[in-house]
Design a protein around this ligand. Sequence first.
Ligand code: GLA
Length: 385
Amino acid sequence: MKELSAKFQALFGAPAARIASAAGRVNLLGEHVDYCGGKVLPAALTLTCRAAFRKNGTGICRIAATTLPEAGIVELDLARTEAYRDLPWGNYQAGVAHVMREEGYRLTGCDILYDCNVPFGAGLSSSAAIEVVTAYVLAVAGGNSVDPVALAKLSQRAENEYCGVACGIMDQFAAAKGRAGHAILLDCAALHYEYVPLELKDCVLVLTNSNRPHRLAESVYNDRRRETEEALRLLRSVLPVSRLAEVSPSELDAHKDMLPPILYRRARHVVTECERVTAGAAALKRGDLLAFGKLLNASHISLRDDYEVTGRPLDALAEAAWSSPACLGSRMTGAGFGGCTLSLVRRSGIARFEETLTARYAAEFGHAPAFYLASAGDGITEEEV
Ligand code: GLA
């Protein structure tokens, strides 16, 4: 904390007034269902994006990042927020400011130094953490009321409309509303949520980073979203539903002939994944980790075969994890095509688990994956300056 304050002072020539943070997230179950109105089960991570800030008395935000010293200070004129869509760094912040302006928030110029330890491109939602902490900083600096759910929603809008990624609400919600030691069972249609204690007994959640940025992700992500919308449109001619997540697996099967085979498989992933979320939350509540692990595996297989968003690096990591005796279950987490897998592993077997995955992965891809133990942290927080 002292270090961040000192860097802020050196960069902006005045002390930071406050330090806020928002969290990265890992999704335990419920992948690619948030934009179909399903339930998801993410947890905020203790990996966060912190932001030291002060009002600077102008109409301009001056932003910088400890992790990108070469980018220097980027200036965002709050009166011209539409002008920054193509910035290599700073477009997320500009997008948030832009949407806040449209939604009638009072905005004032700030100096902001970001310090993000959520790995970039790892599928752990560093972008949502940046958006949500920016929304929080701008909301408090402008003297607006601060509702974390409203900040999550406007951050999602910024990503959809300003950055062009048609993401759902899961990442921003977890970044804002996470609770230490808990997962969030979130109904993405109604935005009702419940905290589920993450009591993992002798097990831990291991994140394995393929160290492959999820490159194809944005275009395929938007394709999948369109495919699910098309499947819903076709099914609505026979089923009284307004969201794909409302369709049960048996209803889908009864109307299989209405869908082209690809759309049927996309829809089958969504409806079965929704069932896995409900079953997974129940398994966690009764402490049945074996059942939870099996659901992780089934989720990966569905994402691989029906939704086709895993890609070989994530499949290789999951397969290696499945072969490890200490592992109760493993799957890709996040949008897919790169980033991380999530595995439930017995604490006593972590070293062997990591050895197995490293050897198998390096043999196929020529470089090692990275491992993190995931622990569930809080969403938006403030620390003493
Ligand atoms: C990305 C999106 C989320 C969600 C996941 C897949 O992280 O930002 O909204 O759709 O992919 O579950």
